[in-house]
Design a protein around this ligand. Structure first.
Ligand code: MLT
Length: 269
């Protein structure tokens, strides 16, 4: 197995959903529940959920063990191919969006459409990169405690004030995040290049979405990506933060369905 895939709904060209850091495919459960009748595949990143450890994923796709989003993208393409999927609408939230950008660079023929949620196409600055390496090392020594401070960073102010059950769910996910996955993903994200150029000639329908209260992926990042794309719909989800799909699954599912239907009018279907 290259990566764990979770299939929902009927057969057909799927909507593939890539989760944010340091979560797993369960992040999409409430969105999937809002998408009856749509073929959906959720994926666990290397070292997360039911997917193998990153070193095993790298070996399976013939890459070095050096943490890299390119490995994740190659593994997504390989796992989908093994499942008989050679064309898909692929959407990712935050880290998942970085993987979508790597897919656009390396496996463009797979993409019938793209969704870029609460993410950005630019590389990290030196301070952000250094912080990731610190968190990676902390995960190896202290485990999931290294990501506990993310709780208030990833949830919007409205969720923190009004949705205690979402806050608790996120707290429990962070507390159970796998240290090997945390360390690998932080190093892979630290190494990622600027990939805005991959959007400039990506001639498929695109969705650029962010929670209005997202403090991690700013509006400027969304505007830059949508300006680079030829066919982008831009959606801002009110009363949601960086984890828009967890905080406001209904509006996020509606936007993803809209993306899928735009693709269906073109090459999907
Ligand atoms: C995520 O939600 O996946 C993270 O915020 C990504 C990142 O650390 O850049």
């Amino acid at each position: 197995m290259t990566l764990a895939l979770h299939r929902h709904g009927p057969d057909g060209v799927p909507l593939v959903l890539l989760h944010g850091f340091p979560l797993d495919a369960r992040m999409w459960d409430d969105v999937v529940a809002e998408l009856p009748g749509l073929p959906v595949v959720t994926v666990d990143a290397p070292g997360f959920g039911a997917s193998p450890r990153p070193d095993d994923v790298a070996r399976a796709v013939g890459r070095s063990a050096e943490p890299a989003l390119e490995t994740y993208a190659d593994a997504v393409a390989a796992a989908l191919h093994e499942a008989g999927v050679d064309r898909a609408v692929v959407a990712g939230l935050s880290m998942g969006g970085y993987a979508v950008l790597a897919l656009a660079e390396r496996h463009r023929g797979l993409l019938a459409g793209v969704g870029l949620l609460d993410t950005k196409a630019t590389a990290d600055d030196d301070a952000a990169r250094a912080n990731r390496l610190t968190v990676a090392a902390a995960a190896e020594s202290a485990g999931a405690a290294a990501v506990a401070p993310m709780l208030t960073q990833v949830l919007g102010a409205t969720t923190q004030a009004e949705r205690p059950e979402v806050v608790e769910r996120m707290r429990s996910w962070l507390a159970a995040a796998p240290p090997v996955g945390i360390a690998w993903a932080q190093r892979a994200m630290a190494a990622r290049p600027d990939r805005l150029f991959t959007l400039e000639d990506l001639a498929v329908p695109a969705l650029v979405l962010r929670g209005a209260e997202d403090g991690s992926a700013p509006q400027e990042a969304a505007s830059t990506m949508s300006a680079a794309l030829t066919d982008a719909e831009v959606v801002v989800v009110p009363r949601a933060g960086h984890m828009s799909a967890v905080e406001a699954p209904g509006p996020v599912a509606a936007a993803l369905r809209g993306l899928y239907e735009r693709c269906a009018q073109g090459s999907v279907g």
